[in-house]
Design a protein around this ligand. Structure first.
Ligand SMILES: Nc1ncnc2c1ncn2[C@@H]1O[C@H](COP(=O)(O)OP(=O)(O)OP(=O)(O)O)[C@@H](O)[C@H]1O
Length: 254
């Protein structure tokens, strides 16, 4: 499913936080959202997912204005993985992932084979099958993050929004989670701080600066030495990775 944002503005009181953002994400594409702390990545993701209402502008998912789509219908199509999401403590891993099926179930319907399969598949994708009966509160930070991603995957969404999904994850799971998101048959928009992970896994990248789009394009076109210096205030050398041809950024401490 495509995601199109047209001229989104959002702010709090007199502070503008998202300013004139337009973007288009093609079906199946993985779009990276990068930018310094406070540049508006989380705020923009929330607007795109319909969790916040823009002051002006609109978002279309699959050609439909999300302001006109009911919450439940929307949650059958999109999933949102928040930064450090909280969960009720007195539940198991499997209970948390089962919550991902809520949008697909009616009040009267029982738990179906399709629900069971979606939960099992999601647990398997994030490598948590063996921990499915473990109480949520006993998990490590990285394991909690993987369970929240599994809950979103169990939703079997067409579009997935992920806010810093690699937070807390070891390098194996950072790569694994982004590989899963890229390879699944869905459209994804992922806020990331690690520029090399963005270069490796995103089809295109949007760079936010002070709530506005500073640059948009393929990793190769966007992740330049000048951008690192001007937007992220770091000195860096950028070269093409020999195996993939994607940019590889080496930061310099100077
Ligand atoms: N409800 C709010 N009220 C006041 N200010 C807010 C609110 N939500 C966000 N902001 C401010 O808007 C700016 C953008 O915040 P946002 O969380 O979208 O940035 P971000 O790019 O995701 O940052 P980070 O990389 O640190 O996670 C920040 O300066 C933040 O303090």
């Amino acid at each position: 499913m495509s995601v199109i944002a047209e001229n989104l503005h959002w702010g709090v009181k007199r502070k503008t936080i998202v300013s004139g953002v337009s973007l288009t994400v093609a079906p199946g594409e993985t779009l990276g959202l990068i930018g310094p702390n406070g540049s508006g990545k989380s705020s923009l993701l929330r607007l795109l997912a319909g969790l916040r209402t823009p002051v002006s502008g609109r978002v279309e998912i699959n050609g439909q204005d999300i302001a006109r789509v009911g919450r439940k219908a929307l949650s059958r199509q999109i999933a949102f993985v928040q930064q450090s999401a909280a969960t009720d403590t007195n539940v198991t891993v499997r209970d948390v992932v089962r919550l991902g099926r809520t949008p697909h179930r009616s009040a009267l319907a029982g738990w179906s084979a399709a629900d069971e399969a979606a939960v099992a598949n999601a647990l398997d994708l994030v490598d948590m099958v063996e921990r499915r009966s473990q109480p949520w509160q006993t998990l490590s930070g990285g394991e909690r993050q993987r369970v929240h991603i599994a809950r979103a995957l169990a939703q079997t969404p067409n579009v997935m929004f992920l806010d810093e999904p690699t937070n807390h994850l070891d390098i194996h799971h950072q790569i694994e989670i982004l590989r899963i998101v890229r390879d699944l048959d869905l459209t994804s928009i992922v806020a990331l701080h690690d520029l090399n992970l963005a270069a490796m896994f995103c089809d295109r990248i949007v760079v936010l600066e002070a709530g506005a789009v500073r640059a948009c394009g393929t990793p190769d076109a966007v992740l330049t030495r000048d951008l690192c210096r001007e937007v992220f205030r770091v000195a860096a050398d950028v070269s093409g990775a020999p195996d993939t041809g994607r940019p590889h950024i080496r930061f310099r401490a100077e």
